[in-house]
Ligand binder design. Structure first.
Ligand code: MG
Length: 261
């Protein structure tokens, strides 16, 4: 199916739609055009530190009105895939804990005997105590899951340590890595979005700036992908990670030119 016929666009945000606090040229027109063509879009983010409300507010600051059902975060994916019968120690933000607790998950604030699994998120409120708690649990043999694998988060000054960097730190300390990592490149968020909006893989397209998370997620979900070079990815990443996007484009404006009728 041609790009201009796609019904559902799954969009990465940072590096794809905007960079930090600056909307890319063409993003607003792209979103308008998707809707005018009778399609829809969903923003997928691996960032588990903030809830959907924070993204709606950010998009509004950038001049784009969005609704909560237009976002999937790796916290949403965690809620869909974790076992509600287990007790979790969450190394993550208050926002992540509130989302999980709100969905009915049993959480423990201490590394007690009742904890089954450690869930590691992007913890912008990380403390040494939390790292020690994780080590206590991991050395004891608790289950270990991470919300996403991203090593860094893009910021105005460059990169900040994201969930993947803490995975490496805990590996150095304990010799353990998560047995499961939930967000992109796993296909769960893409599959959930297609289910929610009743679209087939053929009708769906994923757009992102990172090959090892975004594009791999689309490939794993069996949908067409557009790799945009407006963020952190470079063309040689495709070979480096062995992932082949359906299309490679400079930016969202180039994609816009393909979907205009
Ligand atoms: Mg990105």
């Amino acid at each position: 199916m041609k790009l201009c016929e796609k019904k559902l666009f799954l969009l990465d945000m940072d590096g794809t739609i905007y960079l930090s606090e600056t909307l890319f040229d063409g993003s607003a027109e792209f979103l308008d055009t998707v809707k005018r063509n009778g399609g829809r879009y969903v923003f997928l983010t691996n960032n588990s530190s903030r809830g959907t409300d924070a993204y709606i507010a950010k998009m509004r600051r950038l001049g784009i009105e969005t609704a909560s059902d237009e976002f999937f975060t790796s916290a949403d994916a965690a809620i869909m895939t974790l076992d509600p019968a287990l007790t979790y120690y969450v190394c993550g933000t208050a926002s992540l804990k509130n989302q999980l607790a709100g969905a009915g998950f049993r959480l423990s604030e201490e590394p007690g005997e009742d904890v089954d699994d450690v869930l590691l998120g992007y913890d912008t409120e990380l403390t040494y105590k939390k790292l020690e708690d994780c080590c206590i649990l991991l050395m004891r043999g608790a289950g270990y899951i991470a919300t996403h694998p991203d090593l860094v988060c893009p910021t105005w000054y460059g990169s900040a340590p994201d969930c993947g960097s803490v995975i490496e730190m805990l590996y150095t300390a304990t010799g353990r890595r998560p047995s499961r990592i939930i967000g992109k490149p796993q296909p769960d968020m893409a599959l959930a979005a297609m289910r929610k909006f009743n679209c087939t893989p053929e009708e769906t397209c994923l757009v992102g700036d990172r090959v090892y998370t975004d594009i791999a997620c689309g490939v794993n979900a069996g949908i067409d992908t557009v790799f945009v070079l407006s963020g952190e990815g470079v063309p040689s990443d495709c070979e480096k990670y062995g992932v082949r996007p359906a299309y490679t484009m400079q930016n969202i404006r180039e994609l816009l030119s393909h979907i205009k009728h």
